[in-house]
Design a protein around this ligand. Structure first.
Ligand SMILES: [Zn+2]
Length: 153
Protein backbone atom coordinates (compact mmCIF):
# COMPACT_ATOMS: atom_id res chain seq x y z
CA UNK A 1 0.00 0.00 0.00
CA UNK A 2 1.16 3.53 -0.70
CA UNK A 3 2.64 4.98 2.46
CA UNK A 4 0.77 8.27 2.18
CA UNK A 5 -2.57 6.50 2.58
CA UNK A 6 -1.36 5.18 5.94
CA UNK A 7 -0.88 8.70 7.30
CA UNK A 8 -3.80 9.94 9.37
CA UNK A 9 -4.77 13.02 7.39
CA UNK A 10 -7.09 14.18 10.19
CA UNK A 11 -4.12 15.07 12.39
CA UNK A 12 -1.57 15.85 9.66
CA UNK A 13 -0.06 19.32 10.17
CA UNK A 14 1.71 21.79 7.92
CA UNK A 15 5.29 20.67 7.60
CA UNK A 16 7.92 18.57 5.87
CA UNK A 17 8.08 14.83 6.46
CA UNK A 18 10.05 11.86 5.23
CA UNK A 19 7.12 9.84 3.90
CA UNK A 20 8.75 6.75 2.43
CA UNK A 21 12.03 5.13 1.45
CA UNK A 22 11.82 3.07 -1.72
CA UNK A 23 14.52 0.51 -2.36
CA UNK A 24 15.54 0.34 -6.02
CA UNK A 25 18.32 -2.23 -5.57
CA UNK A 26 20.94 -3.15 -2.97
CA UNK A 27 22.71 0.18 -3.30
CA UNK A 28 20.01 2.63 -4.24
CA UNK A 29 17.15 4.15 -2.29
CA UNK A 30 14.74 6.91 -3.21
CA UNK A 31 13.65 9.17 -0.36
CA UNK A 32 10.16 10.56 -0.70
CA UNK A 33 9.36 13.69 1.23
CA UNK A 34 5.92 15.12 1.95
CA UNK A 35 5.82 18.91 1.82
CA UNK A 36 2.45 19.69 3.32
CA UNK A 37 1.65 23.35 2.65
CA UNK A 38 -1.84 23.12 4.13
CA UNK A 39 -3.07 20.69 6.73
CA UNK A 40 -5.92 18.66 5.20
CA UNK A 41 -8.11 19.40 8.26
CA UNK A 42 -7.93 23.13 7.48
CA UNK A 43 -9.99 22.55 4.33
CA UNK A 44 -7.76 25.09 2.63
CA UNK A 45 -6.31 24.26 -0.77
CA UNK A 46 -3.92 25.56 -3.39
CA UNK A 47 -5.70 26.92 -6.42
CA UNK A 48 -4.81 25.41 -9.77
CA UNK A 49 -2.54 28.29 -10.79
CA UNK A 50 -0.54 28.30 -7.56
CA UNK A 51 -0.27 24.52 -7.62
CA UNK A 52 0.86 24.39 -11.24
CA UNK A 53 3.26 27.33 -10.97
CA UNK A 54 4.93 26.07 -7.79
CA UNK A 55 5.34 22.70 -9.52
CA UNK A 56 7.26 24.36 -12.38
CA UNK A 57 9.35 26.52 -10.05
CA UNK A 58 10.17 23.62 -7.72
CA UNK A 59 11.10 21.26 -10.54
CA UNK A 60 13.39 23.85 -12.07
CA UNK A 61 15.01 24.73 -8.75
CA UNK A 62 15.67 21.11 -7.83
CA UNK A 63 16.92 20.29 -11.33
CA UNK A 64 19.65 22.88 -10.76
CA UNK A 65 20.37 22.01 -7.13
CA UNK A 66 23.95 21.19 -6.25
CA UNK A 67 22.89 20.00 -2.78
CA UNK A 68 20.51 17.19 -3.73
CA UNK A 69 19.59 15.02 -6.70
CA UNK A 70 15.93 15.28 -7.65
CA UNK A 71 14.16 12.12 -8.76
CA UNK A 72 10.71 13.72 -9.10
CA UNK A 73 8.47 16.54 -7.94
CA UNK A 74 4.78 15.80 -7.88
CA UNK A 75 1.83 18.00 -6.89
CA UNK A 76 -0.85 16.26 -4.84
CA UNK A 77 -4.25 15.89 -6.43
CA UNK A 78 -5.78 17.05 -3.14
CA UNK A 79 -3.99 20.42 -3.60
CA UNK A 80 -2.46 20.49 -0.10
CA UNK A 81 1.20 20.15 -1.05
CA UNK A 82 3.90 18.39 -3.02
CA UNK A 83 5.84 15.18 -3.01
CA UNK A 84 9.59 15.55 -3.44
CA UNK A 85 11.57 12.42 -4.31
CA UNK A 86 15.32 12.69 -3.80
CA UNK A 87 18.33 10.41 -4.12
CA UNK A 88 19.67 11.62 -0.75
CA UNK A 89 18.54 10.90 2.78
CA UNK A 90 18.42 14.36 4.34
CA UNK A 91 16.54 15.52 7.41
CA UNK A 92 13.19 17.27 6.94
CA UNK A 93 14.82 20.30 8.57
CA UNK A 94 17.53 20.29 5.89
CA UNK A 95 14.86 20.07 3.20
CA UNK A 96 13.08 22.97 4.90
CA UNK A 97 16.27 25.02 4.59
CA UNK A 98 16.43 24.14 0.88
CA UNK A 99 12.77 25.15 0.48
CA UNK A 100 13.53 28.49 2.17
CA UNK A 101 16.38 29.01 -0.31
CA UNK A 102 13.99 28.02 -3.10
CA UNK A 103 11.46 30.62 -1.93
CA UNK A 104 14.13 33.32 -1.79
CA UNK A 105 15.17 32.46 -5.34
CA UNK A 106 11.57 32.66 -6.55
CA UNK A 107 11.13 36.06 -4.87
CA UNK A 108 14.27 37.22 -6.71
CA UNK A 109 13.29 36.00 -10.15
CA UNK A 110 10.59 38.58 -10.65
CA UNK A 111 7.69 37.11 -12.57
CA UNK A 112 9.66 34.37 -14.34
CA UNK A 113 8.10 30.90 -14.56
CA UNK A 114 10.23 28.22 -16.22
CA UNK A 115 8.55 26.12 -18.88
CA UNK A 116 5.91 28.75 -19.60
CA UNK A 117 5.18 27.84 -23.21
CA UNK A 118 2.93 25.50 -25.18
CA UNK A 119 5.96 23.47 -26.24
CA UNK A 120 7.12 22.95 -22.63
CA UNK A 121 3.84 22.53 -20.72
CA UNK A 122 0.42 20.96 -21.21
CA UNK A 123 -1.48 24.00 -19.97
CA UNK A 124 0.67 27.13 -19.58
CA UNK A 125 -2.41 29.37 -19.40
CA UNK A 126 -2.80 28.32 -15.77
CA UNK A 127 0.72 29.44 -14.81
CA UNK A 128 0.67 32.56 -12.62
CA UNK A 129 3.71 33.84 -10.77
CA UNK A 130 1.75 36.11 -8.41
CA UNK A 131 -0.53 33.25 -7.28
CA UNK A 132 2.57 31.19 -6.48
CA UNK A 133 4.21 34.06 -4.63
CA UNK A 134 1.17 34.53 -2.37
CA UNK A 135 1.39 30.90 -1.25
CA UNK A 136 5.18 30.94 -0.92
CA UNK A 137 5.02 34.05 1.30
CA UNK A 138 2.67 32.16 3.60
CA UNK A 139 5.00 29.14 3.62
CA UNK A 140 7.96 31.42 4.37
CA UNK A 141 6.10 32.94 7.33
CA UNK A 142 5.01 29.52 8.61
CA UNK A 143 8.61 28.28 8.60
CA UNK A 144 10.07 31.44 10.12
CA UNK A 145 7.39 31.40 12.83
CA UNK A 146 8.11 27.77 13.75
CA UNK A 147 4.76 26.43 12.57
CA UNK A 148 6.19 23.49 10.60
CA UNK A 149 6.18 19.90 11.85
CA UNK A 150 8.69 17.20 10.87
CA UNK A 151 7.40 13.96 12.37
CA UNK A 152 4.06 12.34 11.57
CA UNK A 153 1.73 12.24 14.56
ZN1 LIG B 1 3.06 22.75 -16.70
Amino acid sequence: MTKSFEINHLVLQRGIYLNDIRKINDETNVYIYDWRIYAPSELKYLNQSANHTIEHLLADYFNNSKEVTKIAIFPYGCLTGFGIALAQNISPQKLEKIILDFIQSVFAQDNFVPGNSLSACGNPRTLNYLEAIQVLKEVHNDIINGKYHYVYA
